[in-house]
Design a protein around this ligand. Structure first.
Ligand SMILES: O=C1O[C@H](COP(=O)(O)O)[C@@H](O)[C@H](O)[C@H]1O
Length: 215
């Protein structure tokens, strides 16, 4: 794990947007199509605000969200809604968006987009990442080495059920970044480094990730 500590959030968001644009551009030089999985939640919006204007061939970039809350697509808690509004705009409007939302009981086939070229995830203060939640009855199956690419899972008490990339898909990404902010999440990151994956699902990506943190 590499940890980058920024003096403030604004700088972190701009620096990470630049780094992601550089990585996507590099991947586009050697691949016809690249895949880019991004987090939902409240933290990444400013990264998307900067990244959406990056001068790269977005028409060859497939964007997926790493996890989705099972709420209507236009619900204020929908990760897809936020990504459409904040990332898939400006130059990035030319990207191909692959929704992970279920159709009834059926989940989309995302295998054509794997392994992920570039992955960004967030982390909750409970050390969950994507929708891999400690204490979820589905966590063990979602972390199994033979887990499907996408799974419907229960989250923590009081949160809506989710769809998430499995631990295997997160772990196999070619390049991984974790984006976190604030003291509570910095302490959670420290706890995670001494915990198991069942206690701290973020550990699934930590070994090979660059963690970006600002106060
Ligand atoms: O529920 C979720 O939480 C994490 C962290 O979100 P944040 O609001 O604390 O930034 C997020 O990465 C994930 O995509 C989301 O569904």
């Amino acid at each position: 794990m590499e940890l980058i500590e920024y003096p403030d959030r604004d700088l972190m968001m701009i620096d990470l947007a630049n780094e992601l644009a550089g990585e996507l551009n590099e991947a586009l030089m050697t691949h016809d199509q690249v895949s880019f999985a991004v987090p939902g939640g409240s933290t990444p919006g400013p990264v998307f605000d900067a990244l959406c204007a990056a001068d790269l061939d977005w028409s060859r970039v497939t964007v997926l969200v790493g996890d989705e809350r099972r709420v209507p697509a236009d619900h204020e808690r929908s990760n897809e809604r936020m990504i459409r509004a904040r990332l898939l705009t400006s130059r990035a409007a030319a990207a191909n968006y692959v929704s992970i939302r279920p159709d009834g009981d059926a989940l989309p086939d995302i295998s054509a987009h794997l392994p992920l070229s570039v992955l960004v995830v967030g982390m909750g203060a409970d050390m969950h990442t994507a929708s891999l939640f400690p204490g979820s009855p589905d966590l063990e199956a979602a972390l199994a080495s033979d887990a499907p690419d996408l799974m419907m899972v229960e989250a923590s008490d009081g949160l809506e059920p989710r769809v998430t990339l499995s631990g295997r898909v997160l772990e196999e990404a070619m390049s991984s970044h974790v984006l976190i902010a604030g003291k509570e999440k910095r302490e959670a990151l420290d706890r995670a480094t001494h915990a198991t994956r069942m206690e701290a699902p973020i550990r699934t990506v930590l070994a090979n990730a660059t963690v970006h943190w600002a106060p």
